[in-house]
Write a protein that binds this ligand. Structure first.
Ligand code: FES
Length: 83
């Protein structure tokens, strides 16, 4: 399948316990609500050493640090051009 975007969420223990557990569900819901599940490859990865900046999420080539359940919506809206 040809995806237009890729989102990779860090599921390492530090990021996961500091917020990515909830953000994982938020991203899944967001993709479902905006019918983006066929266009976005959403996957997880283990710790990449950025723990001190976590929770970390990657959207295409960009790395977002200190992601929270508040700013994740801004990140996703910006990525998909949704207001
Ligand atoms: S646990 Fe996410 S960068 Fe280390």
């Amino acid at each position: 399948m040809n995806y237009e975007h890729q989102i990779t969420i860090c599921l390492g223990s530090s990021c996961f316990s500091r917020g990515n557990k909830a953000i994982l569900e938020i991203v899944k819901d967001y993709l479902r609500q905006h019918q983006l599940e066929q266009k976005v490859f959403f996957n997880g990865e283990l710790c990449t050493g950025l723990c001190e900046y976590g929770p970390v999420i990657k959207v295409d080539d960009r790395v977002y640090k200190s992601v929270s359940s508040d700013n994740i919506y801004d990140i996703l809206n910006e990525c998909f051009g949704i207001e």
